[in-house]
Design a protein around this ligand. Structure first.
Ligand SMILES: Cc1ncc(COP(=O)(O)O)c(C=O)c1O
Length: 450
């Protein structure tokens, strides 16, 4: 770790971007690496510490992207690194599919303690978010004996063929891949800024429930054939849209009435990012199944599917994974869990509220900002071409993201026209203020040139 990186709380840039070494690596990447990745700007990372990233030319950036909402405890938290190193020296792999080790249980007990609902839970470990969703798809079918699913427009649940069948975020993610799982019905996701039915801003959600009951259940699929409804309590890749609490409660009631399992995909919103362990808690719902990944192990590949014990009753061999929940990833997750519980979730709530408070002036201040929203450190800024039409301003959002990079701030887009803040949960108010200031300047510059 360089001294400069250890000391830095804010960006320090000393080359034009990209720097010379970064340029070389981007050119090589262009030649050797799958072109399916979606890089927005040429950051070539070398080291990370806390909320800071040093690139290969020694430039230091403030990271409000966190490896797509992953490094919850910051980059290379010393306690996480120590836990990984200790475990790696002792046992890297044995496979929980065939053998036992105590870390699987330790993390399961912790997760069970903090997941909503009093019924005992069981945990299945995967390597990623998409695999946690695949596991939920299979368990929902197995447990209910039903085959169909409900998911939402704009939702993102992963890119493997099962989870991709639920994903309805961008057509490029599906194009060219042939038939997906049959029996998935997509319905509108409530968005109080632009209601999917009226296009207007208003309290939203009742229309979506009505559409499910009066259109989908009456004309397309009988609810008794539906195994599960998959919902992101805060839509992530679709544009950082929190579902209204009443809508989530109504959805949970409706699912329970029809014997349909409610699956909360908390891959992006979980593990404290919204200032509570789960975004579901903001609405007070108790999902039957919760899928998690991203923030669970501070960057080590781990996912989990947590279900009520009465649901997770499948037979040995029904589902398994060679690597899922390997000891090193679990050691990282255990250290991450303790750090989140002992302060970083509260930090996400406090610093997120501070940041949102400052952002709340943006729709008045900037004609291209339509909406700001979110919980904790899962915050979105929606860009529009003008207030009258509210047309999504995709290119403009991208230019703001690029300008932020030039100022040393790493952010990502979400959906068609939203910019997301999903920093490590360790950021403080000074860093949040820097990020807000950099985005304010970037918006002003882009507005002037528009
Ligand atoms: C809500 C949600 N579910 C599932 C996934 C898929 O996770 P992974 O990329 O780890 O497979 C993502 C990834 O962005 C996500 O945001």
């Amino acid at each position: 770790m360089t001294e400069a990186l250890l000391d830095a709380k804010l960006p320090r840039l000393h080359t034009a971007l990209p720097g010379p070494r970064a340029k070389e690596i981007v050119a090589l990447d262009d030649r050797h690496i799958s072109p399916s990745y979606t890089r927005s700007y040429p950051l070539v990372a070398r080291r990370g510490r806390g909320a800071m990233i040093e690139d290969v030319d020694g430039n230091i950036f403030l990271d409000f992207a966190a490896g797509i909402a992953v490094v919850a405890t910051g980059h290379c938290h010393p306690k996480v690194v120590e836990a990984i190193q200790r475990q790696a020296a002792e046992l890297i792999h044995i496979s929980g599919t065939d053998f036992y080790y105590s870390q699987m249980i330790e993390l399961a007990e912790k997760l069970e303690r903090v997941t909503p609902g009093r019924e005992p839970k069981r945990v299945f470990y995967s390597n990623s978010g998409t695999e946690a969703v695949e596991a939920a798809i299979k368990l929902a079918r197995y447990a209910t004996g039903r085959e169909k699913f409900i998911a939402f427009h704009g939702c993102f649940h992963g890119r493997t063929m099962g989870s991709l069948s639920l994903t309805a975020s961008k057509s490029v993610q599906r194009k060219g891949f042939g038939s997906l799982l049959s029996g998935v019905f997509h319905i509108p996701y409530p968005n109080p800024y632009r209601c999917p039915f009226t296009g207007q801003a208003h309290d939203c959600g009742d229309d979506c429930i009505e559409h499910l009951e009066k259109v989908v259940f009456k004309k397309l699929v009988d609810p008794s054939d539906v195994a599960a409804i998959f919902v992101e309590p805060v839509q992530g890749e679709g544009g950082y849209v929190p579902a209204p609490a009443k809508f989530l409660r109504d959805l949970a009631d409706l699912a329970a009435r029809h014997g349909i399992l409610l699956v909360a995909d908390e891959v992006q919103s979980g593990m404290g990012r919204t200032g509570k362990w789960w975004a579901s808690e903001h609405a007070g719902i108790e999902p039957d199944i919760i899928c998690i990944a991203k923030g669970i192990a501070s960057g080590m590949p781990l996912g989990a599917m947590i279900a009520r014990a009465s649901i997770m009753q499948w037979k040995p061999g029904a589902h398994a994974s060679t690597f899922g929940g390997n000891p090193v990833c679990l050691a990282s997750a255990l250290a991450t869990f303790d750090l989140l519980e002992s302060g970083y979730i509260e930090n996400a709530r406090r610093v997120g509220a501070h940041l949102l408070n400052r952002m709340s002036a943006w729709p008045e201040r900037f004609r291209v900002v339509g909406d700001v929203r979110g919980f904790g450190l899962m915050l979105g800024v929606e860009f529009i071409t003008d207030r009258a039409s509210r047309a999504p301003a995709h290119d403009l959002r991208d230019r703001v993201v690029e300008r932020a990079f030039e100022k040393g701030l790493l952010v990502l887009g979400a959906g068609e026209n939203t910019l997301r803040f999903c920093p490590p949960l360790v950021v403080d108010e000074e860093q949040a203020d820097f990020a807000a200031g950099a985005i304010e300047q970037s918006i002003a510059e882009v507005e002037r040139s528009a």
